[in-house]
Design a protein around this ligand. Structure first.
Ligand SMILES: Cc1cc2nc3c(=O)[nH]c(=O)nc-3n(C[C@H](O)[C@H](O)[C@H](O)COP(=O)(O)OP(=O)(O)OC[C@H]3O[C@@H](n4cnc5c(N)ncnc54)[C@H](O)[C@@H]3O)c2cc1C
Ligand code: FES
Length: 322
């Protein structure tokens, strides 16, 4: 599990039409939905940790102008479909929530793209999680929308390894009803543990406190290198995970989120201070292009809420125009 074992740039797929057919769009929680889209090129190319950019506006409209990034939550390469788990927070995601499903009565002509109902999506973008060794103890730590790439990753691990590495998913939320996607994880042959801030289900406290309890108890080891941590969640959770991993010398990869515009390296909207090599200086690095998955040892303290002055990224601005 090393930063070098992953591509450092996106493996962008632009489907011929740019359109992904809507297969289903259903509600899985108070403000949570799963959108299933069909576009074989994206389904085939996607790896856990990567994301797609969805144009959340009606055909012919430029409002909102910018595409919205979403992790790939699941894929079915045979059927050519991929899923997005999303929560409604603003205009773009509310627009997605009202998209009809395949088989639903067709909306007005203006809502149609091409022959059927489809959305304009490009991707996948970014790098991906590195595979652990087959005999590693894998612990996934997720919260909020961060559970999406971890679900795709745990499914891939279960399929790739004949005798899967021992996998534990730790999911954290403020309350029981906010533990989104937990039912899907419970269908997998992995161990699931949950933590809620109010104790309404599972461990009472932060998911990273639960992680520490497990590392001090059942997962105590003399060889921290045999544990592999993977995390994705809100900044506070990611930072706590970084500290646990560094403090105990456990290899850890964290999938970061940032506000994005282009999604493929040209606008610099998504920069965060991150080292290029172990022990090196912090530079503003683009989460969309050089991430979103990073070795926890490369991340700055507090995960750098603000870019650094005067330390812009180096190297090709955009892989496609360099
Ligand atoms: C690499 C990546 C992967 C992502 N994966 C998922 C996913 O799998 N599922 C999912 O639901 N969301 C995911 N997101 C977040 C998603 O992109 C935003 O929720 C979405 O862009 C919001 O669009 P909107 O138009 O609905 O909200 P807006 O109207 O743009 O914003 C509404 C509110 O949400 C906040 N917001 C918007 N984007 C972000 C963000 N990136 N981080 C924190 N706060 C934000 C804004 O500050 C504002 O307060 C991901 C983001 C990134 C960068
Ligand atoms: S979003 Fe444009 S460079 Fe990352």
């Amino acid at each position: 599990m090393s930063q070098e074992s992953r591509p450092t740039t996106s493996s962008l797929v632009v489907p011929e039409t740019g359109l992904s057919k809507i297969i289903s769009n259903y509600q899985v929680g108070p403000d949570w939905f799963v959108l299933r889209l069909e576009e074989p090129a994206i389904a085939k190319a996607s790896k856990p940790g990567q994301f797609v950019q969805v144009l959340c506006s009606e055909p012919g409209s430029t409002d909102p102008l910018l595409r919205r990034p979403f992790s790939v939550y699941d894929v079915d390469k045979e059927k050519g479909t991929y899923d997005i788990l999303y929560t409604t927070v603003g205009r773009g995601t509310r627009w997605m929530a009202q998209l009809p499903e395949e088989g639903a009565p067709l909306p007005t002509e203006e809502n149609r793209r091409g022959e059927g109902l489809a959305v304009d999506v490009i991707g996948p973008f970014g790098n991906h999680f590195a595979l652990p060794e087959e005999d590693d103890q894998v612990i996934l730590v997720g919260g909020g929308v961060g559970v999406a790439p971890l679900y795709f990753f745990s499914k891939e691990l279960c399929q790739k390894f004949k005798t899967p590495p021992s996998i534990t998913m730790l999911m954290g939320a403020r309350r029981k009803d906010l533990l989104q996607g937990i039912d899907a994880f419970r269908q997998l042959p992995i161990r699931n543990e949950v933590a809620t801030n109010d104790g309404s289900e599972g461990f009472k406290g932060f998911v990273t406190q639960l992680l520490e309890e497990l590392l001090d108890g059942p997962y105590k080891t003399t060889d921290p290198q045999k544990i592999k941590l993977y995390g994705c969640g809100p900044t506070g959770m990611n930072e706590a995970l970084r500290q646990v991993a560094l403090g105990r010398g456990i290899p850890c990869e964290i999938c970061l989120e940032a506000r994005m515009a282009c999604g493929f390296g040209i606008c610099f909207a998504c920069v965060v201070p991150i080292k290029k090599e172990l022990g090196g200086d912090l530079y503003n690095r683009r989460i969309c292009l050089e991430g979103p998955v990073f070795d926890a040892r490369l991340l700055g303290e507090g995960l750098g809420e603000r870019p650094l002055d005067g330390k812009m990224p180096q190297g090709p601005i955009c892989p496609t125009i360099s």
